[in-house]
Every structure is written in C-alpha cells, then in structure tokens.
Design a protein around this ligand. Structure first.
Ligand code: G1P
Length: 291
C-alpha cells in the first residue's frame, strides 16, 4: 500500500480568530505571503502525495480561487514581463490534483473525514493534515509518518509530548514504546482532564489512516463536545488492527488562534530569503528596548 492521497479538513467557523474569519476562511489567513492552506498542501506534495481532498465549510470560494488558475492575472504578468511571478502563481495551480468537498453540517472532525469516503478505495490508507496545524520541520511531518507506515502498513498518528496543563486541549494516546519515537497505541482519549489523562502524548494534527475508518465513522455516536470525534473512531480501529503513534520531529503551530499564528509567522518570516535577515535585526532591536 502506498500513500497517494491526503485529506485536509478546514471547515469550522474560526471563532478563535474573529472578526477576520467572518469574511475569510481561517486557512486563507496569510503566514508571511502564503495562506496557511498553502503550507499544508506543500507539505503533502513534498511527501509524495498527488491527490488532495479539502473538506471545507460553506466558504470554499477563496480556497478554490487560490488553487485555480487565473487567466486574467497570468495575461497581466505576461504583458508586464513579470515572468518570475507568472511561474510562481502557475506552480500553485499545478501542485496537486485538488478536490473540494463541502461539509454541509459542522458535526465534528470525524464527520469531516467521513466526507472524503468516496475518494478512497476499500483497501487503502490516506494521510490527514488538520487545517489549523502547521508544522515547520526539515523533513515534512507527513513524510516522516509515511516512512513509518511503509514499515508497518498500519495507521500512524503524529504526536508530541505536551505539558500536563495542556492535555485537555488534545486527543491523547498511550501505549508502549517500540522505539524511542514509536509507540504502539494502547488507548486513545479525546480531550481528557489533566487528572485522568493516560499520558501527555498529544495528537498534533497529522495521521495516516486505514480506509476501514469509514465503516467505523458511519456508525459512530457523538463523543466529547457532542461531536463525531476522529479520536473515538481511531480507538475503535485499534480494536481490530494495530495503530501506532509516532513522535515526529519539527515545531507544530496551532494557527487557528492568534498567538500560534503569530509564532508561525515569526518563525517562517525569519526563514524567508528576502526579508529574514532584516526582520531578525528588527526583532533584536525591538526586544532590546524594554517597552
Ligand atoms: C482536533 C482533534 C484532537 C487533536 C487536535 C490537534 O481537535 O480532535 O484530537 O489533538 O485537533 O490540533 P480540535 O483542535 O479540532 O478541537
């Protein structure tokens, strides 16, 4: 089995980022000069994925516009001789085969993933990259998980340790270590209390999932927060086949909230070839004054 498809769920009202998300889907907010969704698609493409299914809310038009070709803009760039910019924007439209699916009702992450079922074969595994989670790493995060999948042919959940005080924000896994970074999953729980959390290994928005998950999701009842939870479906899957979690390398940002989005912006601006150097000097100057 090879991983050739990715699902990127981006539906949700973006309430942590109001008021801008009243008019713009949260994954269209820029991190330096590209929308957050660009980094996710790029991560998938750089991991060998050719087909991407984006699950949107009712506001998919800006996303479609971003990935579709714009003949008018292309002609303008040709006529004005801006051929480097022309190349750049044409590349965006040819990155991958992208399908958009509207999640008619916001019933939870599990339901969003279920909306991708018609794109998957019976015996297949696919990648999932959550729209709010941007990971900056040397090797793309999903590529790290695909490598593990290639060895085990089992579902793999991307995790990292978080402080105990933060476990209630995440799906938490526990199990026993196979290697330093690989844990065979024993249990999974969505957003546990600090006191009852089985570990502090948090699911951070990257998965490789076997397509059998769709049969489970079809029958799943709402869990935490009254939503159909992907974590609950994975817990069911773990009863019939092996599921692993992998402590990936890289920095994960929750770009669905203001602080996380700003941290990602600063990290990626510092790495930017055109502004990185000047921006670093500016930050040094800013932080050396007590304000
Ligand atoms: C979702 C998942 C959760 C995971 C988190 C990572 O929660 O349900 O298991 O830990 O994403 O960002 P959400 O943040 O959508 O509530």
């Amino acid at each position: 089995m090879q991983i050739k498809k990715a699902v990127i769920p981006v539906a949700g009202f973006g309430t942590r980022f109001l008021p801008i998300t009243k008019a713009l889907p949260k994954t269209m907010l820029p991190i330096v000069d590209k929308p957050a969704i660009h980094y996710l698609v790029e991560e998938a493409v750089n991991s060998g994925i050719a087909e991407i299914i984006i699950i949107t809310g009712q506001d998919k038009k800006p996303l479609e516009d971003y990935f579709n070709r714009s003949k008018a803009l292309e002609n303008h760039l040709i006529n004005t001789g801006k051929l480097d910019l022309l190349e750049m924007i044409k590349k965006i439209s040819s990155m991958a085969e992208i399908h958009f699916v509207t999640q008619e009702e916001v019933l939870g992450l599990g339901h969003a993933i279920y909306c991708a079922r018609r794109f998957m074969n019976k015996d297949e595994a696919f990648a999932v990259l959550l729209g709010d989670d941007v990971v900056v790493s040397i090797e793309p995060c999903i590529s790290q998980l695909i490598k593990v999948f290639n060895n085990y042919q089992a579902s793999i959940i991307g995790v990292q340790n978080v402080p105990n005080s933060e476990v209630s924000k995440y799906g938490i896994v526990s199990g026993h270590n196979v290697t330093d970074r690989l844990v065979k999953v024993g249990d999974l729980v969505e957003k546990p209390d600090e006191e009852s959390a089985p570990s502090n290994l948090a699911i951070l928005g990257r998965y490789i999932i076997h397509s059998e998950i769709f049969d489970i999701l079809r029958a799943l009842r709402p869990g935490a927060g009254g939503e159909i939870q992907l974590t609950d479906a994975l817990k069911e899957l773990n009863k019939t086949q092996e599921v692993y979690s992998y402590i990936f390398q890289g920095t994960r940002y929750d770009t669905g909230n203001k602080l996380g989005h700003l941290k990602a912006t600063i990290d990626l601006a510092l790495q930017d070839e055109t502004i990185g150097h000047d921006f670093k000097n500016y930050l040094i100057k800013m932080t050396s004054h007590s304000r």
